[in-house]
Design a protein around this ligand. Structure first.
Ligand code: NAP
Length: 317
């Protein structure tokens, strides 16, 4: 339904960062509107057990954590809408957000649209996300205890995650599609030196086995040079082939770094040509490619919300 009201704050994204911002701005009586975007619930909604979010000694299922955060935000007056941004005009105030069939207006904006893990996009891989296929070693490494696993990728992240996963797994096979590894020499050397780490280069994954069992049973891989195809018996596949920040809609309006992440000052202030953009804040993975944790995303969501409150107060609201 078209609306004429101007929202005090609109939050883009309903992952950990966006929902924390919604809880805080809701509690401040700002009636935040949360546009859930393409991936409602964010990365947590596609994980299983989260064991490192403080306050859950037995762990909590990622989707349950998100559901609880949504309930908490709604309890304080947040409105959650399954909608995403078609385009945005930040040149005028209030900001105009085009949602396709309607345009809404906002005095402040919290951008929490995250970064999506890059996947191989195989149907079998997609079917097994959360069941042995994962893009988060920190979240799911523990579940690989005593198992043989594969890490896909040849960059620093793949090396770092493979080394981290040796704490749990009995054997870690790094599968790189190219012959050459993109990783820095020091990281590659560390991985090569580890007795549990093995390498397959010029190798692609063609299928993840185990869809019917809802559990990874192995990978059908192929050597691109020899053409040899065979099954690698692993119980987990960790993707480490990069992330894609969901910030393209802001290109030219907000400063992005060379990889498309929003550049922030003091974690949440956005800039254009190096100058702070008043009233526009970014939080969570869209501005963080270093930590990428639920708790750090939640922390920056809180900061963005507090800055929104301060900004509105300073502007007479
Ligand atoms: P990256 O360096 O861009 O490497 C991505 C890897 O994924 C490459 O091996 C690439 O293969 C592979 N890949 C991409 N798309 C693929 C696909 N569809 N199928 C199969 N393989 C695919 O990414 P990253 O490792 O995440 O690192 C990102 C940045 O963070 C880098 O600058 C890195 O140095 C930095 N980083 C630093 C550290 C550290 O210093 N401790 C740790 C982590 C990350 P190709 O080479 O064939 O394209």
């Amino acid at each position: 339904m078209p609306e004429n009201i101007t929202h005090d704050t609109v939050i883009l994204g309903s992952g950990c960062a966006g929902l924390t911002a919604a809880i805080y701005t809701g509690r401040a009586n700002l009636k935040p509107l949360v546009l859930e975007g393409h991936e409602p619930g964010g990365q947590l909604s596609i994980t299983t057990l989260v064991e490192n979010f403080p306050g859950w000694p037995e762990g909590v299922q990622g989707p349950d954590l998100i559901e609880n955060m949504k309930k908490q935000a709604v309890r304080f007056g947040a409105e959650l809408r399954l909608a995403h941004l078609s385009s945005i005009d930040l040149s005028k105030r209030p900001f105009a957000l085009n949602l396709g069939k309607e345009t809404i207006h906002a005095r402040t904006l919290i951008i929490a649209s995250g970064a999506s893990a890059r996947w191989l996009n195989l149907p079998s891989e997609q079917a097994l996300i959360g069941h042995g296929v994962t893009s988060c070693a920190t979240c799911d490494g523990f579940f690989a205890s005593g198992k043989e696993i594969a890490v896909i990728g040849g960059g620093d992240t793949a090396m770092e995650e493979a080394l981290f996963l040796t704490r749990f797994a009995t054997k870690v096979t790094i599968i790189n599609r190219s012959e050459k590894f993109r990783a820095s020499k020091i990281m590659l050397d560390r991985a090569i030196a580890h007795p549990k780490v093995k390498f397959l280069s010029s190798t692609v994954v063609e299928e993840v086995l185990g869809v019917e069992d809802k559990d990874v049973k192995g990978l059908r891989v192929k050597n691109k040079v020899s053409g040899e195809a065979y099954v690698l018996p692993v119980s987990f596949m960790f993707l480490a082939i990069g992330h894609i920040p969901n910030a393209e809609a802001f290109r030219g309006m907000i400063d992005l770094d060379s990889e498309g992440y929003i550049i922030t000052r003091n974690n949440v202030f956005t800039t254009l040509n190096g100058e702070i953009l008043p009233g526009i804040f970014a939080c969570g993975d869209i501005q963080d490619r270093r930590y990428r944790q639920a708790i750090t995303a939640a922390g920056s969501g809180c900061m963005a919300a507090l800055e929104v409150e301060k900004y509105l107060e300073e502007h007479g609201r």
